[in-house]
Design a binder for this molecule. Structure first.
Ligand code: FE2
Length: 440
């Protein structure tokens, strides 16, 4: 698992919580050291919040997003609830009501504060949430440094799940911070020192993928979520898949061809959505007298023609594909294409936090999650994890679509070919884009 580091951090200056600066990964530890792995992931979360003020950490712009303060506490609650309480003898919870405030959706462990009202929690303060993190981290170091960590069945798996869970929330933090800042008419920049990718892209190429029996799903080497299992056979049809994502320039042609005004291009639910919510262009595109701008985590920028079109809903991705005379790839088609390529690309460690134009070898992992034409459902023979952990993925297998390949907001090392992300078809605050496919 790669460490993330965001330069230019001003957390102490902005928030003044000294505890944030005192806990670093222990130097000289091996990669496999569970304490070092734990602290590395925990520190990445705090690095992400370092440029934020306490006021920034309080905002919840829409129901789908959560305040950064809530994310900081919720991932901590996960370790407290699923590791410290069951495994560390004598552990006392930091606060008796935090379980109610920071449980997200685990019905089997108790009731929870309603999601749409997370932004109304002025208390606990951010400082108290950081004390909560420090309390849990101290006890996690005790747990992981003791013999219990090796003796108790299920503990290593829970730890790995907790760390991957926190990495998922790191991406959610970038998504939510971006939306929180976008609804502010000042359009503030989260960071003014982000790196930029190249200006030029490459023409879209097409990869022939022959049909036949293939296998998809978690390979059994390394961590995987339960929804990637079991590995199983699928039947591919002969098809072609684009070697890069659709660019802003290409999507602009759809917009200028009245793509948002032509019902024949849209699924019925999508047509309803774009009219009810008056969508006429991608979420973060801003029309002005000098042309289009795009809001980024670095603030507004002129729309870059060769960068991938970002923050599209499934409906927009599907409508674009229809307009282009193509289709979206099935998840198995994309997994087969990804599995033969190195899992490298524009992830968080590129420090761009924005998709970049494709390079000469195409564009596969990173940049933007690729919408697929596949509904999120159970693989044949799927069995959710036992107990409360079974609520992690399986209960969401209805009415959502699968996305693949990771994004510029995904921690490096967190993505893989078999990874199944999922969102509702109208969601567009994720770092999501379009890859085209066609039948051979
Ligand atoms: Fe969560």
């Amino acid at each position: 698992m790669e460490a993330c580091h965001l330069p230019g951090a001003t957390w102490v200056q902005n928030i003044g919580i000294s505890v944030m600066t005192n806990r670093k990964g222990k130097p000289g530890r091996e990669e496999s050291d569970p304490v070092a792995d734990y602290l590395r992931v925990r520190n990445c979360t705090e690095d992400i919040c370092r440029p934020l003020t306490a006021e920034d950490c309080q905002i919840q712009s829409i129901t789908e997003t959560s305040p950064p303060k809530w994310h900081l506490a919720h991932v901590t609650w996960f370790f407290e609830t699923f590791l410290l309480q069951p495994f560390l003898p004598g552990y006392k919870s930091f606060h008796p009501r935090f379980g109610y405030l920071f449980n997200s959706y685990y019905e089997t462990v108790g009731s929870m504060h309603p999601r749409p009202r997370r932004g109304l929690l002025a208390r606990p303060t951010l400082e108290e949430v950081m004390e909560y993190r420090a309390h849990v981290d101290r006890h996690m170091e005790t747990l992981l440094g003791s013999d219990i960590a090796n003796e108790r069945d299920g503990l290593p798996g829970r730890l790995e799940l907790g760390l991957n869970h926190e990495q998922q929330h790191q991406e959610l933090l970038f998504m939510d911070i971006k939306h929180n800042f976008f609804v502010n008419p000042l359009l503030p920049a989260y960071r003014g020192d982000l790196r930029r990718g190249p200006d030029e892209g490459t023409p879209m190429g097409w990869i022939e993928q022959p049909g036949g029996l293939r296998e998809i799903g978690a390979s059994g080497t390394g961590f995987a979520f339960d929804n990637e299992t079991p590995r199983h056979e699928i039947l591919l049809r002969d098809h072609r898949i684009a070697d890069r994502l659709v660019t802003n320039g290409e999507f602009l042609a759809f917009v200028e061809d009245d793509g948002y005004s032509r019902p024949e291009l849209w699924l019925a639910d999508g047509w309803h959505r774009i009219n009810v919510e008056a969508w006429r262009h991608p979420l973060y595109w801003i029309p002005n007298e000098s042309g289009w701008q795009e809001f980024t985590l670095g603030g507004p920028r002129p729309l870059a023609q060769h960068e991938p079109a970002a923050h599209l809903s499934y409906y927009e991705a599907d409508a674009y594909a229809r307009w282009a005379g193509k289709r979206l790839p099935l998840e198995e088609e994309l997994e087969c294409a990804l599995a033969s390529r190195p899992c490298a690309g524009n992830f968080v460690d590129s420090d761009r936090l924005h998709p970049s134009p494709a390079g000469p070898s195409g564009q596969w992992f990173g940049d933007l999650w690729n919408w697929t034409a596949s509904a999120y459902g159970a693989y044949p023979g799927f069995r959710p994890l036992e107990g409360a952990m079974g609520e992690y993925n399986g209960k969401f297998m209805a009415n959502q679509m699968v996305l693949r390949a990771g994004s510029c907001a995904t921690p490096a090392g967190h993505a893989r070919a078999s990874y199944r992300n999922f969102f509702y078809p109208h969601d567009r605050w994720a770092f999501s884009g379009v890859r085209l496919a066609e039948d051979a």
